[in-house]
Design a protein around this ligand. Structure first.
Ligand code: HEC
Length: 125
């Protein structure tokens, strides 16, 4: 009976007292990121992302060995990287070409799209 009840408790509720700061910070960051993403146009991002699929995959999970996964990455991080490729601050031949024609709005939309893709992490056995 007790065991059954314990199983029903969600993992987040099992965080020991005093350990709440980190989950709270993560929740606040997630709320912030969601707020920023809300200003972007998700469907426009989805449309633009078709040009990225050949390397980063149709679901933002890379299909080429040298391209990173984009799905679920923070929108702030994705847009910062795209702007860095566009300006040349981050150097990569292919990504410089991909980022060059993107407007700030395109970048916000792409970042929101890839961020909105949910990924599930599973630790190895
Ligand atoms: C021809 C293959 C190719 C295409 C198409 C492509 N990328 Fe990339 N992308 C790469 C590679 C390779 C890297 C790793 C570059 C490096 O080492 O800096 C990368 C890196 C990135 C990163 C940095 C990710 C990180 O974890 O730091 C972002 C963001 C990104 N690409 C977004 C895009 C977007 C958005 C598009 C479409 C508009 C796109 N890419 C199209 C190959 C591609």
């Amino acid at each position: 009976m007790i065991a059954a009840r314990q199983r029903a408790v969600p993992a987040a509720a099992a965080v020991p007292a005093g350990r709440w700061r980190r989950p709270l910070a993560i929740a606040l960051l997630a709320a912030l990121a969601t707020g920023l993403a809300a200003a972007a146009d998700l469907q426009a991002g989805r449309q633009k992302a078709q040009a990225c699929a050949v390397c980063h995959g149709p679901q933002g999970l890379s299909v080429t060995p040298d391209a990173p996964n984009l799905a679920g990455q923070p929108a702030i991080y994705l847009s910062a990287q795209l702007k860095a490729y566009r300006s040349g601050a981050r150097k990569h031949e292919v990504m410089a070409v991909m980022a060059k024609p993107l407007s700030d709005a395109d970048i916000d939309n792409l970042a929101a799209w890839f961020n909105a893709i949910r990924v599930e992490a599973r630790l190895p056995d």
